[in-house]
Write a protein that binds this ligand. Structure first.
Ligand SMILES: [Zn+2]
Length: 158
């Protein structure tokens, strides 16, 4: 990592701390030539493997985009989308895998989205699970009702 001020290639770490609940490490560095200080952030790369076999870095923004589409016209705040994307990233990173198939990203979205908004969840699930019939929706709605009823009975679900 070159010094952003003088482009010198050598620097020394003067401080390092975990950020984002341990997902990344932020280092304060001092350039060994000009002595100016700058910050670097180090983070494990999480790659998403698409169906075509192409990999791309995991992006919270893409999760938000996909979910936002499903939430159109629903009472869902931008903040909630950001929080959902963060939860998705955390659940994926917690698996410890460096690469995950894109459909597992979809899978990780379904749970938090169901808690957020039932209608948005059904929209997202219908695309993600490629619903082909009314029966698919009926079955999903029945499952959704069962989950919501379980939540309301207050069994400490979370
Ligand atoms: Zn420098």
């Amino acid at each position: 990592m070159r010094c952003p001020f003088c482009r010198h290639s050598d620097s020394r770490v003067v401080d390092s701390r975990e950020v984002d609940e341990g997902q990344a490490i932020r280092r304060r560095r001092s350039c060994s030539k000009c002595s100016r200080r700058f910050t670097t952030v180090e983070e494990a790369v999480l790659a998403v493997v698409k169906r075509s076999g192409v990999t791309e870095p995991f992006s919270r923004e893409k999760v938000v985009l996909g979910v936002r589409r499903a939430c159109q016209g629903r009472p869902v705040e931008e903040d909630q989308l950001q929080q959902l994307a963060q939860r998705v990233e955390e659940s994926i990173r917690s698996t410890g895998a460096a690469e995950i198939p894109s459909h597992e990203v979809g899978l990780a979205i379904l749970g938090p989205l169901r808690e957020l908004d039932g209608v948005a969840y059904l929209r997202f699930a219908s695309v993600y699970r490629a619903f082909t019939s009314v029966e698919d929706f009926e079955k999903e709605i029945a499952d959704l009702r069962a989950v919501m009823a379980a939540d309301e009975s207050g069994d400490g679900g979370g």
